[in-house]
Design a protein around this ligand. Sequence first.
Ligand code: HEC
Length: 123
Amino acid sequence: MSLALASALLGAPAFAQTPAGDALRGKALFDNPAQASGNNGLMTCSSCHGSVEARRATISQNTGGAYDPYANIEFGTAMTRLVAALQGQQAMAAFRVLTAQQVSDIAAYRRTRRRPILPTRRN
Ligand code: HEC
């Protein structure tokens, strides 16, 4: 992927200057991009991808890992995969209006999902 091209398409600074992502804002953007970004008409991410866990499993699998909804994905990987999808997937073209900050926020949310702690049995 050309970073210069990604920057041009996203109206964003180069990847090295990527703003730090905020996972809470990322969750709001993933759940309801239209409302959270102020761009009316954007579909929800889950309408195509089901859930953030499903996306995380796909990213893990596509970068050599297991299909694991709680895979440990680095921020940089989440960011690279999302930027590539925004550029390359025609289905996601509408989301090119997102700012660099919003893309970072979504990547941060993707990264920070943790495996749920199952209750342990006490005797
Ligand atoms: C209209 C359908 C659609 C919507 C809405 C959509 N996507 Fe996608 N997205 C796709 C398709 C199709 C692909 C390529 C196939 C795949 O990875 O499932 C893709 C790929 C991706 C990938 C690349 C995964 C990888 O590493 O291979 C990421 C990350 C992603 N989408 C995130 C998002 C996020 C975040 C949103 C919401 C802001 C979103 N998508 C909204 C259709 C959509």
